[in-house]
Design a protein around this ligand. Structure first.
Ligand code: OOG
Ligand code: NI
Length: 465
C-alpha cells in the first residue's frame, strides 16, 4: 500500500489550501494568474539568471499563508498540525511594537528548515497569537471574558490532531489517512458559516480589528495566501491596470539596481464577505465582514546579522529623510539611500559579510600549483570559489505590521501609558512547547557547512571567513 511522506503532505496541503482560498476569495486567483504571467515573462527575458534565487518550479508552487489564534493551547495544536507537514516554528515577531495601530499579537512562522525540504516545497505559515494579558489593549474585565471565550472553543477536531501526531511519529501516513488528514486540515482553515455574535465582535473591534478577527469568532481561518513573484514592481503595475486597488507601497527594500535582498511585499484588501450574524435578540441576520486580503511577495538574499543591522539602520535614515521631505516619493529617497550604503553586487555583499551564501570550488580555479588566498573576498575575486545566494525564507516585522495595518478598518485603541507585557522567543518556545528556531542560526549553519566542505576540497588549513 502506498504511503504519503511528510513533504508530500505539505505540498498537497499547500495546493488544496490554494484551491480553497481561490474559491473563497476570487481576487486571489487573479493574483496567482498575474504572478504566473510575470514569472514567465521574467524567465523569458532573463533566462537562467531568473532562477538564481530558486527554480521556476519552486517559485511557481511557493506560497505563504497567515493564520491567527487566541491561546498558547491553540498554538500548540497548530504546531502539531504543521509539525506533521515538516514545518517548524522559526523566528519571533512582536507586532505590538512594530505597528502604530492596535495589533495585539506576537508571531512566529512555521516552515521547513533544511535546504532539501525547502527545495521540495517551501510552504510556510505566518502564525500570530493574541495577547489578552497586555493591559495596553485589554482591561481586566475584557481580558477575563476574552480568555473564557477562547478557552471554550475548539479550532481543531481531535481526529485531525491524532492524525497529525501519527504522521509526525511515523514520518508518513497511509493513503486513506492522508486523505482524511488533508480534508480535516483544509476545513479547519475555511471561513466558518457559524453565526458571529455581533455584540461581542463589535466590543472587541473597538479595541482592535485583529482582536475581533481572532477572539470574536469560534473558529480560525486563513486570512491570506501569498504567491511569490520574480518582479514585484511589474506585478504591482499589472494588478493596478486590472483595476485592483493595491496598498500604496511595496514594503521592505526599495526597487534598485543591486541584488534583491530579504523580502518585498505588497497587498490589496479583499472584498467584504457575507457572514451570518446573531443579534442581541437572538435572531440571525446576514451581515458582512472584511477580514481577508491578497498579498504577493518577492524574495531576495538572506542578510547576516550585520547585514540586517545595516538594513534596519537604513530604514531609520529613510524615515528621517522622508519626514524632512514630505513631497519627495519615499521610494526614491529609499533608492538613493541604498545606492549610497549597500554594496551593489553579490560579490561585495559576500566579501563584507553582509549576506549568506553557500560556496563551492570554482571549476575554472587556478591549477598551476599556487596556494589559494585566505579570505572569502580574495577567494572570490581571484576566481577560486563561486558563491550561490541563500534565499531569505522568513518575514520582516515592520512589513508584517504594515500589512496588518493597511488591511484594518480602524486604528483601534491602545493605552500607551500602561506597561506592555513582555514576550520573547524563549517565552514563545515555552508556550508552544517546542523551540522557536533562530533564523540567523539556520542560514549560518548552511553557510558554514559549505565553507567546511570548501576548505576540504581546496586543502585549506582553516575555514575561510
Ligand atoms: C499576518 C501579516 C504578516 C507577512 O507576510 O508579513 C504577514 C496577518 O495578517 O495575520 O503575513
Ligand atoms: Ni503575508
Amino acid at each position: 500500500m502506498s504511503t504519503i511522506s511528510q513533504w508530500q503532505l505539505r505540498a498537497a496541503f499547500a495546493a488544496r489550501l490554494s484551491e480553497m482560498y481561490g474559491q473563497e476569495v476570487p481576487a486571489y486567483t487573479t493574483l496567482v494568474d498575474v504572478s504566473r504571467e510575470v514569472n514567465e515573462d521574467v524567465l523569458r527575458a532573463r533566462g537562467a539568471d531568473a532562477e538564481r534565487l530558486g527554480s521556476i518550479g519552486r517559485v511557481t508552487a511557493e506560497r505563504h499563508g497567515a493564520i491567527r489564534v487566541g491561546t498558547p493551547r491553540e498554538l500548540r495544536q497548530v504546531a502539531r498540525i504543521f509539525g506533521a507537514l515538516g514545518m517548524h516554528p522559526v523566528g519571533f515577531y512582536d507586532l505590538r511594537e512594530a505597528a502604530a495601530s492596535a495589533v495585539p499579537v506576537v508571531s512566529t512562522a512555521f516552515r521547513p528548515v533544511d535546504g532539501e525540504e525547502l527545495a521540495r516545497n517551501p510552504f510556510r505559515v505566518f502564525t500570530s497569537m493574541l495577547t489578552p494579558a497586555d493591559p495596553r489593549f485589554f482591561d481586566a474585565e475584557l481580558r477575563s471574558r476574552l480568555e473564557a471565550f477562547l478557552a471554550d472553543r475548539e479550532l481543531f477536531p481531535p481526529e485531525l490532531l491524532a492524525l497529525a501526531d501519527r504522521a509526525t511519529a511515523e514520518g508518513e501516513l497511509p493513503q486513506q489517512e492522508a486523505e482524511r488528514f488533508l480534508h480535516l486540515a483544509v476545513r479547519a482553515f475555511e471561513l466558518s458559516a457559524e453565526p458571529v455574535d455581533r455584540t461581542w465582535y463589535e466590543t472587541l473591534e473597538r479595541i482592535s480589528a485583529v482582536a475581533a478577527d481572532i477572539g470574536g469568532v469560534r473558529s480560525t481561518h486563513i486570512n491570506h495566501l501569498t504567491p511569490r513573484v520574480l518582479d514585484i514592481d511589474e506585478l504591482y503595475r499589472r494588478m493596478t491596470d486590472r483595476g485592483i486597488e493595491m496598498i500604496d507601497t511595496i514594503q521592505g527594500p526599495p526597487a534598485w539596481t543591486g541584488p534583491d535582498v530579504l523580502l518585498r511585499q505588497t497587498s490589496f484588501r479583499a472584498l467584504a464577505e457575507p457572514r451570518a450574524m446573531r443579534t442581541p435578540d437572538g435572531s440571525v441576520i446576514s451581515g458582512a465582514l472584511r477580514v481577508r486580503f491578497g498579498e504577493v511577495e518577492a524574495r531576495g538574499i538572506a542578510l547576516t546579522r550585520e547585514g540586517r543591522a545595516l538594513y534596519d539602520e537604513l530604514l531609520g535614515h529613510i524615515d528621517e529623510q522622508a519626514s524632512r521631505n514630505p513631497s519627495e516619493p519615499r521610494g526614491e529617497i529609499a533608492r538613493a539611500v541604498w545606492e549610497r550604503h549597500l554594496p551593489g553586487s553579490e560579490q561585495e555583499l559576500a566579501a563584507r559579510g553582509l549576506a549568506y551564501f553557500t560556496y563551492q570550488p570554482s571549476p575554472d580555479r587556478p591549477r598551476d600549483g599556487s596556494r589559494p588566498p585566505v579570505g572569502i573576498g580574495e577567494l572570490l575575486r581571484q576566481g577560486w570559489v563561486r558563491a550561490e545566494p541563500i534565499v531569505y525564507e522568513d518575514f520582516l516585522p515592520r512589513s508584517a505590521a504594515g500589512i496588518f495595518q493597511s488591511n484594518l478598518s480602524g486604528e483601534g485603541t491602545r493605552h500607551s501609558d500602561q506597561q506592555g507585557t513582555a514576550y520573547d522567543a524563549d517565552w514563545l518556545s515555552g508556550a508552544i512547547g517546542r523551540d522557536v528556531l533562530d533564523p540567523f542560526a539556520l542560514y549560518e549553519q548552511q553557510q558554514n557547512d559549505s565553507l567546511a566542505h570548501l576548505a576540504r576540497e581546496l586543502g585549506l588549513t582553516g575555514t575561510p571567513s
